[in-house]
Design a protein around this ligand. Structure first.
Ligand code: 1GP
Length: 229
């Protein structure tokens, strides 16, 4: 069962600069949703500013924030994704930060607009791997154990296979999804062309495009370019 009906998602980092041109491309490309998220430097102000900048450009798809800091929750978004980093060895990113946030914000939380993501960080050369001190899976069975811990023991409904900055293993994603067919499996990492997007769309429930939007915004959806004038 898919929890959020998104196949292809743009991830924008509130800490980065967004030109009008880039926002127009994102708003007019055939993404199903936009996630606002970054590992560091996200504040309530810059995330809210980015949400409002998208609204001003009449974005017609959902805009959700992926919360990386309980102090930096944006206004003006449609919902919130909450990463639970299953292979974090820093307990703050597995549980402690979430519990502290619930202690202070529980009465303000709209549970119908919130989805917890069981993150599995797949390599250590990325900000999220370093920040959370992630213990990197050695093989598919490490990934499966993390996924089953999240899904079967903790009841998570969505997983995020995070290869940030690096193109991942589509066969691993396919094997995982085949064993956990009721889970929404997000894939993110290194997508910079339509062919790569297409390949991962065939194995993941939802594919996230991040950095390529900043470096080569027409690369992924070159087919959409004519619509963007
Ligand atoms: C990062 O998974 C996303 O959290 C997207 O990764 O920036 O490598 O596309 P890229």
């Amino acid at each position: 069962m898919t929890i959020l009906p998104w196949r292809c998602v743009a991830k924008l980092d509130p800490e980065r600069y967004h030109s009008d041109h880039l926002l127009q491309i994102v708003v007019h490309s055939p993404f199903d949703a936009i996630i606002l998220g970054g590992t560091s430097g996200v504040t309530r102000e810059n995330a809210t500013d980015l949400a409002l900048a998208l609204r001003r450009r009449r974005v017609r798809i959902p805009v959700w924030q992926e919360i990386s800091d309980g102090q930096a929750v944006a206004f003006g978004v449609d919902g919130y994704l909450v990463p639970v980093v299953l292979n974090a060895t820093d307990i703050d990113y597995l549980a402690r930060g979430h519990i502290q946030a619930l202690r202070y914000y529980r009465e303000q939380i709209s549970w119908n607009h919130l989805l917890a993501l069981g993150y599995i960080v797949m390599h250590g050369d990325c900000a999220v791997g370093q920040k959370t001190k992630a213990e990197i899976p050695r093989d598919f069975y490490d990934v499966l154990a993390l996924a089953e811990y999240g899904v079967k023991l903790c009841g998570l409904k969505a997983l995020y296979i995070e290869y940030s900055g690096r193109l991942g293993d589509d066969d691993l994603v396919a094997r995982l999804r085949a064993l956990l067919p009721s889970v929404q499996v997000f894939y993110g990492g290194g997508i910079s062309s339509y062919d790569q997007l297409d390949r991962f769309l065939s194995v993941a429930s939802t594919v996230v495009v991040g950095n390529a939007l900043y470096t080569n915004p027409y690369g992924v959806f070159d087919v959409a370019t004519p619509k963007m004038v």
